[in-house]
Design a protein around this ligand. Structure first.
Ligand code: DAH
Length: 334
């Protein structure tokens, strides 16, 4: 601090000496003016202009430097270098990331690893290997964002679910497989409070010898209790997916009203959170796994939905609007 304070006056002093040397009463430029009388008349006018010009330029330069020194003297006077530094404002984790991390953490505690796959997928991994028949409605332009329609080599599309990662993992690894696949998925849907064209899923897969439906049920009960609290109950309803047989949808007792009935659970006491089932033997075969030796289960859930139930968020669009008033409510959550 002391050094900076003494630095500027020293420079100002140099500048003043410079001014005296050139512009002072006995200065160099003044001398030139004195010599002016001796200049021959023919060039006197021209020399006069040049001399005045020189004087003006020197004065201008000196003024410039002077005001620069005055300015930095002012800011230095205002700066207290002993004050703590100003912090850049830090952002906080997005609620979807918080919940995704929590899902990963819950499954990693029972031995599941995390794998990821591409968001741009081919027909084989998104549909055909998963046992979707050629005319299945999910293959429709109305439901899927196609990037390239290609009869011979198969269509290329934005993946419509993370089940496509199942196929990739099974194709390249040998059982036992115990993994979850979080990621972004895309569907050609109109945006509303309950639907979006971009959302996030976590897919789970467990393949080994003698894996049963009881294992699936117990794993999902463990997940529901870890995610929504010890008192949470689950209910499995028969359903249909091309890639699982049998298939089910799972409800949890409503985490908002505790099962008593509210507008989130539409007064039923239950809310659906995921689809699941035993991996269809056709899918195992398609992925190069011996279906006579191995069985397995799979499940898939939407992160937006789990987050809505977890935090009581009523409109899906809030996740994507980047409104700080919404995002700041999750500060401090991990
Ligand atoms: N892929 C399904 C969807 O996007 C979710 C799903 C259902 C995944 C059942 C599964 C499953 O693994 O067994 O709606």
């Amino acid at each position: 601090m002391h050094e900076i304070d003494s630095f500027i006056p020293e420079q100002k002093e140099h500048l003043e000496q410079f001014r005296i040397k050139y512009l002072g009463k006995k200065g160099i430029i003044q001398d030139l003016f004195a010599d002016f009388k001796t200049v021959v008349p023919e060039i006197r006018k021209e020399m006069g202009v040049k001399l005045n010009d020189l004087k003006q330029k020197v004065q201008q330069k000196i003024d410039e430097h002077k005001s620069k020194f005055d300015e930095s003297e002012d800011t230095n006077a205002d700066t207290d270098l002993t004050l703590p530094a100003e912090f850049n404002e830090l952002g906080s984790r997005h609620p979807l990331s918080i919940v995704r991390n929590e899902i990963i953490s819950i499954f990693s505690r029972i031995g599941y690893i995390v794998n990821e796959g591409p968001e741009i997928e081919d027909d084989w991994h998104n549909f055909t290997a998963l046992n979707f028949p050629p005319e299945h409605p999910a293959r429709d332009m109305q439901d899927t964002f196609f990037i390239e329609k290609n009869k011979e080599q198969g269509d290329i599309a934005l993946r419509t679910h993370t089940s496509s990662v199942q196929v990739r993992v099974m194709e390249r690894s040998k059982p036992p497989i115990r993994a979850i696949f979080p990621g972004r998925v895309f569907r050609n849907e109109a945006i509303s409070a309950r639907a979006h064209c971009i959302f996030h899923q976590v897919e789970g897969l467990y393949i080994d010898k003698n894996v049963s439906f009881a294992d699936l049920k117990q794993t999902l009960l463990y997940f529901a209790k870890e995610m929504f609290g010890e008192s949470t109950q689950i209910r499995l309803r028969p359903s249909y997916f091309p890639f699982t047989e049998p298939s089910a949808e799972m409800d949890i007792s409503c985490s908002i009203c505790g099962g008593k009935g509210c507008n989130i659970c539409k007064y039923t006491g239950w809310v659906e959170i995921l689809g699941c089932g035993m991996v269809d033997p056709n899918v195992l075969t398609n992925c190069g796994i011996d279906a006579t030796e191995y069985t397995g289960f799979a499940f898939g859930m939407g992160i937006e939905r789990i987050t809505m139930l977890r935090y009581g968020i009523k409109d899906l669009r809030l996740y994507f609007e980047n409104d700080l008033r919404f995002l700041k409510q999750f500060e401090g959550a991990y």
